[in-house]
Write a protein that binds this ligand. Structure first.
Ligand SMILES: Cc1ncc(COP(=O)(O)O)c(C=O)c1O
Length: 374
């Protein structure tokens, strides 16, 4: 690596900071002036704006994506003796929240093309104890929600939209396709806060009201508790910052999509399609590219080669959830979910953040081409 060849980071938030910083400072000054940090006016304002953006009836700001999933399951009354079905190939939180409620996480495999819940496997996993189904719109591409909804019937669906804000499934925003949607505003997400924050969406007014109380210990009115909830409140400062960023989200998503098209062109031109499989864009699934994840031949050696040249990549995820030590007692053996286990060895995320420059994408692909040329 030389001065003329600086590293290409997997992610660099400092570039976005330059774009938003004046507006963020102004928004924070407004919060500081009110000194209203807990559920201050920016919280309901953000919730209205998110509900409009996502075209859902209710949007409730919460403390993180994890708490969005947890509190949604709590609103559905999930607990001991219940089963909740999710995929084995996702971030830990999807299954961790099921476990924390004393319910059993039932894993299913993914489909090879979209890395998302396989509806056929889902159908086979449903039992009389299935209390909820949690599809995950992984990397920003929507699941096959028609098939999942058909299989689910009356069983509530909690969509894990933590990687997929702004994704539309056949024109409908994810988060509006199930009973609940759970979003994360973790700083690196397509819409990121300056700390932890999340959102729960629903088109069911009664469940929306229950969620509002759930995030304040099941309380309404003050100091009267009808059920046990938690402190799942979104921070007013985070809400104010997210309001600065939300109007820019579609522009940022368009840049991610443009970057994905560029990568595909570069892979084709470099004759790399025998070694690299770019993410498929499935009809109606609206990929918003939270992650740009390819399948790569000899993935680990390739990553090592790229890393030596300062070219950033990551693996989401190297270990499926059914293989995690903490879930040993669920009794899944290695080999239980072959599609996910194959993905573990092949997937590689490449830089895709909106401010990534074309020349940086060119350098990533040139680095990959150099590896396969050997
Ligand atoms: C698929 C998925 N589910 C849940 C979460 C949890 O979100 P958070 O980190 O905001 O708690 C994340 C975020 O990393 C995620 O990617």
């Amino acid at each position: 690596m030389t001065d003329t060849n600086p590293p290409v980071p997997l992610f660099d938030l400092s570039r976005q900071w330059l774009e938003v910083k004046d507006d963020v400072h102004a928004a924070l000054d407004r919060v500081f002036a009110t000194q209203h940090f807990i559920l201050g006016p920016d919280v309901p304002a953000l919730e209205r704006e998110c509900a409009d953006y996502l075209k859902v009836k209710r949007a409730v700001g919460v403390s993180s994506g994890t708490d969005a999933l947890l509190s949604a399951l709590m609103c559905l009354g999930v607990g001991h003796g219940d089963e909740v079905i999710t995929t084995t190939y996702t971030f830990f939180a999807s299954a961790g929240v099921i476990w924390r409620l004393g319910a059993k996480a039932v894993f299913v495999d993914i489909t090879a093309d979209d890395f998302n819940m396989d509806p056929v496997a889902l159908a086979a996993a449903i039992t009389p104890r299935t209390r909820a189904i949690m599809p995950v719109h992984l990397y920003g591409q929507a699941c096959d929600m028609d098939a999942i909804r058909k299989v689910a019937g009356d069983i509530p669906i909690v969509e894990d939209c933590c990687q997929a804000i702004g994704t539309e499934y056949n024109g409908v925003s994810v988060g509006g396709l199930g009973t609940f949607g759970a979003f994360s505003f973790f700083p690196t997400k397509n819409l990121g806060a300056f700390g932890d924050a999340g959102l729960v969406t629903t088109n069911d007014e009664a469940l929306g009201e229950r969620m509002v109380d759930m995030r304040v210990h099941g309380m309404r009115p003050k100091y009267v508790h009808h059920f046990v909830g938690g402190n799942f409140r979104i921070d007013a400062m985070q809400a104010a910052i997210l309001r600065v960023k939300l109007p820019r989200l579609n522009g940022w998503i368009a840049k991610r999509q443009e970057g994905a098209r560029h990568y595909r062109r570069l892979f084709t031109e470099a004759g790399l399609l025998g070694h690299i499989t770019p993410p498929p864009e499935l009809p109606g699934r609206g990929h918003t590219y939270h992650q740009y994840v390819v399948r790569a031949e000899r993935r680990d050696a390739l990553r090592e080669h790229l890393g030596t040249g300062g070219l950033g990549t990551e693996v989401y995820y190297p270990i499926s959830l059914h293989e995690q030590d903490c879930f040993t007692e669920l009794g899944y053996a290695k080999g239980a979910f072959p599609v996910a286990e194959k993905a573990e060895t092949e997937v590689m995320a490449m830089p895709i953040f909106p401010e990534l420059r074309a020349d940086e994408r060119e350098r990533m692909v040139a680095g990959i081409a150099a590896f396969y040329r050997g």
